[in-house]
Design a protein around this ligand. Sequence first.
Ligand code: 3HC
Ligand code: NAI
Length: 698
Amino acid sequence: MSEAIEYERIGDIAVLAANNPPVNALGVDVRRGLLAGVERAEAEGAKAVLIYGKGRTYFAGADIREFGKPPQDPWLPELCARIEASPLLVVSSIHGTALGGGLEVALSTHYRIAVPSAKVGLPEVHLGILPGAGGTQRLPRVAGTEAALDMITSGRHVRADEALKLGVIDRVAEGDPREIGLAYVQELLDSGAERRPVSEMPAPAPVDFDAVYEQVLKKGRGQISPATAVRAVQAACEAESFDAGMQRERELFMELMNSDQRKGLIHAFFAERAVGKLPELKGVEPRMLHQIGVIGGGTMGAGIATAALLSGLQVVMLEMSPEAAHAAKERIAGNLGGALKRGKLSQAQFDEIMENELTLATGYGALSNVDLVIEAVFEDMDVKKQVFTQLDAVCKQGAVLASNTSYLDINEIAAVTKRPQDVLGLHFFSPAHVMKLLEVVVADKTAPEVVATGFALGHRLKKVCVRAGVCDGFIGNRILSTYRTCADHMILDGASPYQIDKALTDFGFAMGPFAVADLAGLDIGWAVRKRKRAEGLDPRARDSNYADKLCEAGHFGQKTGKGYYIYEAGKRGGVPNPEVMPLIEAERAEKGITPREFTDEEIVRRYMASMVNEAARVVGEGIARRPLDVDVTLIYGYGFPRYRGGPMKWADLQGLPGLLADIKEWAKEDDYFWQPAPLLEQLVAEGRCFDDLNKEAS
Ligand code: 3HC
Ligand code: NAI
């Protein structure tokens, strides 16, 4: 027997317990153990087999680390077929999660019982594949075609009570999975229950698969796995036999397994788990947090306070005046109202938070006892310095002092205090109670336990936390500034904002850069440009002014109803603003530029190359630890299509030599903007890729 599956005999029942921490993934040892266990039970004359998982879960799926490597026997589909074909009564007892291959194993057993907290699902599409061990063939047979299509194309986790209604499981019972499983098997044996192979059930009823396919394809914004899964479910309904359906599932599964999207999504899965693991924080204890302070209750401060309150922290909100404090309170109540509406919060919890957990203040004395404070006042260095000077004077020793600045130098801010070791950046994204990304910005003197506290706070607020170093814009906004500049250059040279936005949404971005600018507020970029010009631009840099003219006309994007697009109340999205192109054309004329055509492909290539090149600098300078930190930042904070794995993974898949060659070619027209990043040149020279750096760092 394999150690990953423990065999035990209780009377007529053979018990197979999975012991492959942390999530009982169905790696080769587990598969071999299950096969051997079923064979032994049959050889020893048992009447039934119970399968359950030790530790925190039943099987959470195939072992993702095996993907892309040579397959090892037994394959999961064969194992499932073997389990199902056993002459013994085979039963699963589920707790934790039965996901992907885990649910497929469960569906190949003849009966399924689960504890109320269990969840089941087929989330393979999120990894760029589809259920490949009979999930697309068995689930529609037990749950019906529509429910199966919903579960498989969304990949959602379904709670035990819903799974019971859908027929995916047969019973829900409280208790230990082994005990409830044994009792259920005994009951089935006593009642003379028969084996119930799902593959022998009638084929499910067909639906209009072409319509579903188109709908799912559109929703996927270029992601192919959910739509491909529709075709596999179609085979369950239409194929001549169960085996023919399985054959079709396999073909489609292999197609996806060999796709770049699968590589991108699996990279994203492991990258988002790796970002929080910093060697220097091993064994470092974060400081305790009970009460935090937030300074400035505008867009960001109110969002941060909301996230903190929802996580159970007490919040002291400091504003400039009673009126501003009242407005902040209203914003927080509005945000929490959203949570109330979505059922994430009860009315009693809402009232409790507003009455007892949130304190409003206008004087710094209120912050004397907080454990951590996040400043979210105007983006102005002098204002930030005043705030931190005051914090240094009033906050207790050991309090963590954080700034939510988007671009400013945390070292300079920390230097106004006598405790720079306690200062760091916590850069949230708007809306802060919704967006998952948090950049934890580590300044020169920030103490490790303060960094650990930043990560602990982020995790408590359910954020994906990425470590960043200090520079203008940290990881995300620094890279954003570069690819925005690239877009500006293409505008001056002949592209339109609308063509660029379309090319990039077709590439898979949630929004194009000009629609994003309208959403964020054009005044933000305007302020950054003014600051950079005041600091002095390099004379070789190409500057542009059409965006400033738009702001000068009072158009700040969605908040004023007009920017690159015009927004009408009640309508989603906007239509192009006719004032924009004349401003661009005037600037081209002023600069003597004859506009040229850009293909969508060239737009994407230049935009992406500028992003990757700057990202390579960010990694080369140690602002981001590893390429994967950049990938996670762009996916979670900037709408980068997850199925492409992030810009660095995309670059690896494209091939770094080709990208570098393009950059060098474009440098012939503008050798200031298109200077190749040293790290990119080095990797190409050494025949390596960004993922090699990830591997070296892990
Ligand atoms: N294979 C290999 N490793 C896995 C894994 C899997 N299927 N699922 C989780 N892990 C690893 C994680 O990488 C992590 O490793 P680390 O500690 O070294 O970072 C560890 O297990 C714990 O995972 P989480 O940190 O994610 O733990 P949580 O408790 O937050 O979440 C979970 C648990 C809900 C099971 C979550 O891990 C998850 O969603 N896993 C993926 C589930 C999945 O997609 N299953 C389908 C796989 S594809 C498949 O089955 C194909 C089949 O159809 C043929
Ligand atoms: P905002 O203008 O909406 O809010 C700022 C708030 O700070 C106002 O309510 C103001 O009354 C208050 N304030 C100003 N000076 C203060 C002081 N001395 N004491 C107490 N309160 C004071 O600005 P927003 O957008 O919330 O930005 C705040 C910070 O967050 C800035 O540093 C910004 O760069 C950063 N940020 C903004 C993001 C965004 O998308 N808006 C995203 C990430 C960071």
